[in-house]
Design a protein. Structure first.
Length: 405
């Protein structure tokens, strides 16, 4: 057994660390502007990485397996409670179009990056699929596809370090774009013209977005109970379908693909959750706190993903992975701004659409809040939430494409 200060069988101490460090990461992100710029996800991951490498916590433990098995599946439906398809199409049709264009840019970038780097990075088919999903909806999709594809822990940790580093750098670029005279000349900027002067730059974006809300015991009960029911039904249904549709060697390719899609618990979970939220929208609209609960669970995932990351492996793999994700981000940006200008989208719409692809709806909404683009907040939140579904399916489909290359 690995000799560490906290042993692998010290389950309660490990859970204290996982839940406690996730809470500290959120606190720092909302308390200090430097931490908000770094993001709580990076803080959660780096803290775990350091403690694992100095032998304070083990790199493998049953507690970590429990996060993959139970915590991540519960986080997904909680974060999808706003994904009412009717509402998305009705209120955000224009934003949905540019978001989908941006998603296509991610897929093209992932394909090109995989083609050039497939012989230099091990298990790149899995990593590429995870990054495809991650850059069409954010870290939630990375978590879901990680649970499905189960890449080596150290490589997954390296990938998420590269993912978050590029995400942070790209957000910095997006922050600079509205101030660029080149972009102001080439694109319409109605929201900047209306709101830029009223923005209070001293505000902490994360704290402003995650401000205190009214929540009751009933909200917690309904949010948690609904999430458990959705996970249980979805995973059981996926098991039945997987047993019913044949797969393996000697089976036609289309049956293997159908088994992989409809027999996958995570894809079934996103599909059933969105159907439930769309059909029973009044019930889910009245539940408060689901997004907060889901986000906290995802922060626990960020802690766990940093645990198996060895420093030597990060030094060895991260540079190549950074190049890989940089290619994806480049094509996402190229297609978003190119097609966006062709169809006369505003600069602000393109920025938040690309942001929602790369970082998820939360970061895009927070960006819009920070910039004072109030009328974009709800549309990008709705459309970005849809990215949880699109990204999961796109990542799964691209995995089969990458395997055939």
């Amino acid at each position: 057994m690995e000799q560490t200060l906290i042993q692998a069988d010290d389950t309660w101490l490990l859970w204290a660390f996982l839940a406690g460090w996730a809470a500290v990461s959120i606190y720092l992100e909302q308390k200090y502007k430097w931490a908000a710029k770094m993001t709580g996800a990076i803080i959660a991951l780096v803290g775990a990485l350091i403690l694992a490498n100095i032998k304070v916590i083990p790199t493998d433990a049953p507690a970590y397996d429990a996060v993959w098995t139970y915590v991540i599946p519960l986080a997904i439906p909680l974060l999808l409670f706003q994904a009412n398809l009717r509402k998305v199409i009705k209120e955000s049709g224009r934003m949905l179009f540019i978001f989908l264009i941006s998603s296509i840019g991610t897929v093209i970038g992932a394909y090109i990056a995989f083609f050039f780097l497939k012989d230099t990075i091990p298990n790149l088919d899995k990593i590429a699929a995870m990054e495809t999903g991650s850059y069409i909806g954010g870290g939630v999709n990375f978590a879901a596809l990680s649970g499905k594809l189960n890449p080596p822990g150290e490589l997954a940790a390296s990938a998420i370090v590269a993912d978050n580093l590029l995400m942070a750098l790209y957000f910095f670029v997006l922050i600079l774009i509205p101030a660029s005279s080149f972009f102001r000349r080439k694109f319409r900027t109605p929201y900047i013209d209306e709101q830029e002067r009223t923005v209070d730059s001293s505000k902490n974006t994360a704290a402003d977005y995650w401000k205190r809300k009214d929540i009751s015991l009933k909200d917690i009960a309904l949010a948690s109970g609904s999430a458990f029911v959705l996970v249980g039904v979805s995973f059981k249904l996926a098991d039945w379908i997987s047993a019913w549709i044949p797969s393996g060697e000697g089976v036609p390719v289309y049956l293997n693909i159908m088994n992989g899609l409809f027999g996958d618990g995570y894809l079934m979970l996103t599909t059933i959750t969105v159907l439930a939220v769309t059909l029973f929208d009044k019930f889910f609209d009245n539940i408060r706190g689901a997004q907060e609960l889901g986000t906290y669970l995802i922060y626990i995932f960020f802690v766990v993903i940093g645990v198996p990351a060895s420093i030597p492996l990060l030094v060895q793999n991260a540079p190549l992975l950074i190049i890989f994700v940089a290619i994806i981000v480049f094509f996402n940006m190229l297609l978003t701004f190119g097609v966006g200008r062709l169809f006369r989208f505003s600069l602000e719409e393109m920025i938040v659409a690309s942001n929602a692809n790369v970082g998820g709806p939360t970061t895009a909404a927070a960006f819009a809040i920070a910039k004072g683009w109030q009328r974009l907040i709800v549309p990008i939140m709705l459309v970005g939430t849809l990215g949880y579904i699109i990204g999961n399916y796109a990542g799964s489909m691209m995995y089969y494409v990458f395997q055939s290359m």
